[in-house]
Design a protein around this ligand. Structure first.
Ligand SMILES: [Zn+2]
Length: 483
């Protein structure tokens, strides 16, 4: 009796150690598997077609067209392995949620490699059959938007099943009746893991099967697997893992699939500081999803303490891009203490990512956190000044621009003709002579901070410039008004 308990404990330790050892090898050797033709998060269908065609030549994979989007783009199903346990992973049913799609193509490279990890690869391919459906919503991906070409949210069409994308996903689901399902999404980068400053880089959920949130054996398996993956990930993104809201949504896929007998895991990729293209989080997805497959192949998840699931902190919407605390603000001869937050609204122009930083809250923001978070006790905030220039901004010398910044100018008003390189200019350009900066919600985040009546810091379009040290963290300025 004693001996068998010892044996069980020993084998639990061994399999958990195996999963984390595997994850470590993938983490360190990631560059060997990374799909090098995918370099940014704005991946379109035309980028994955040649990859699909390349993998079609590999006898390891079976690749078919599972469906076609309303605009005629193929939705693929790729399978690998011969095991009797079936795993179904689908990604990007929301067109602007691409991180797992990138990771799936890294996984295909891993599965078809031939190297020192062959023992793991063999264990996976013998024990499970994996089915990938990357980019369920290629029409949305084309425009990097959430919904499909009918402006329908695919993840609210699981039950009505009227869009071609939802029908494709439902048909394959019913055909496979997989043991495990992975519903792969991206969440807001402003989500934190608990009420903390730490972004929820990854959030998990074992979706509910009813409003009462009962736990049956199907959902319990998903909770076991999440417990193992959560423990594994702590090594790479400690404190940055959250639990998604578990309210039942009868129109969503995860909830329906769980109810129909497939242990379903929702993975939501969030934000990571200085990773706007989500390339680090793509790597984390690769490790996470590969480890999940190994865990299912050797059934190590069954031995993980399921109480770990309940300890994962819930997602909290408490993050901002920029949070400036405890400043003094004077207006109409009244002085108040104020915190200001701003979010950097991202847009793509000519293949480049540009930001428009907008003040989104003001007042006591002590319950919120910033990716960039500063305490400016003792500083006074002022709206950025606007310098009217007779010369084109592009001919202004750097020294002159530095002197403008040192006086609290954040914008230049210029009436003449300009080229489109305006965004590269260190100060905002306004084309409207009536434009004024404001410390108010919805305004562009352009202001300066003084201490002892001296300009110390200038924020141009939400990016900081340190006057004394001439350190610029500027990414791009804003162009305001039109002409
Ligand atoms: Zn989503």
């Amino acid at each position: 009796m004693k001996k068998s308990i010892f044996f069980i404990l020993f084998s639990v330790g061994l399999t958990m150690a195996q999963t984390s050892n595997f994850a470590g090898q993938l983490y360190n050797g990631y560059e060997n598997y990374k799909e090098s033709t995918i370099t940014t998060k704005r991946i379109r269908h035309s980028i994955i077609v040649p990859l699909i065609n390349r993998h079609k030549e590999n006898p390891l994979f079976e690749i078919s067209t599972a469906g076609v989007s309303p605009q005629g783009r193929e939705i693929y199903l790729i399978s690998a392995g011969t095991g009797k346990t079936r795993i179904f992973m689908w990604s990007q049913m929301h067109g602007d949620e691409p991180t797992a799609t990138m990771a799936i193509f890294d996984m295909l490279n891993f599965l078809s490699a031939n190297d020192h990890l062959n023992n793991y690869r063999q264990k996976i391919l013998e024990n499970v059959t994996i089915y990938f459906m990357p980019m369920v919503n290629p029409d949305g991906a084309e425009l990097f938007k959430r919904r499909n070409s009918f402006d329908i949210d695919i993840n609210r069409d699981a039950s009505r099943n009227t869009t071609p994308e939802a029908r494709t996903l439902n048909d394959i689901f019913l055909y496979l009746k997989a043991d495990f399902g992975f519903n792969l999404h991206d969440q807001s980068i402003y989500t934190a893991a608990g009420r903390t400053h730490r972004s929820a880089a990854i959030s998990f959920l074992a979706p509910a099967i009813n409003y009462e949130k009962n736990v049956d054996s199907v959902r319990l398996n998903a909770m076991h697997l999440i417990s193992e993956l959560y423990s594994m990930l702590q090594e790479y993104i400690p404190g940055h893992i959250g639990r998604y809201d578990d309210g039942y949504e009868p129109r969503a896929f995860g909830d329906n699939f769980q109810k129909m007998g497939t242990s379903t895991i929702l993975v939501e990729t969030g934000g990571w500081r200085n990773d706007p293209e989500k390339q680090f989080l793509r790597k984390i997805n690769f490790i996470l999803l590969s480890s999940a497959i190994l865990s299912i192949a050797d059934q190590s998840y069954k031995k993980t303490d399921v109480n770990i699931y309940e300890q994962i902190p819930y997602n909290e919407d408490v993050l901002k891009d920029l949070l400036l605390r405890n400043m003094t603000y004077r207006k109409d001869s009244i002085e108040v203490k104020i915190d200001i937050s701003a979010d950097r609204v991202e847009k793509s122009m000519d293949g480049k990512i540009l930001y428009n930083s907008v003040i989104d809250d003001a007042g006591d923001l002590s319950t919120l956190y910033g990716y960039e978070d500063h305490d400016f006790t003792g500083y006074e905030i002022h709206p950025g000044k606007i310098y009217a220039s007779k010369k084109s901004p592009s001919v202004l010398k750097n020294d002159f621009i530095d002197s403008l910044l040192a006086q609290g100018y954040t914008d230049i008003f210029y009436e003449g003709k300009m080229k489109s390189a305006e965004y590269e200019f260190p100060l905002n350009i306004t084309r409207d002579k009536n434009y004024r900066n404001n410390i108010s919600i919805g305004s562009n985040a352009s202001f300066y901070l003084t201490k002892d009546d001296k300009v110390q810091l200038v924020f141009v379009n939400g990016f900081m410039y340190d006057v004394e040290n001439k350190i610029s963290l500027l990414k791009n300025s804003a162009v305001k008004g039109s002409k």
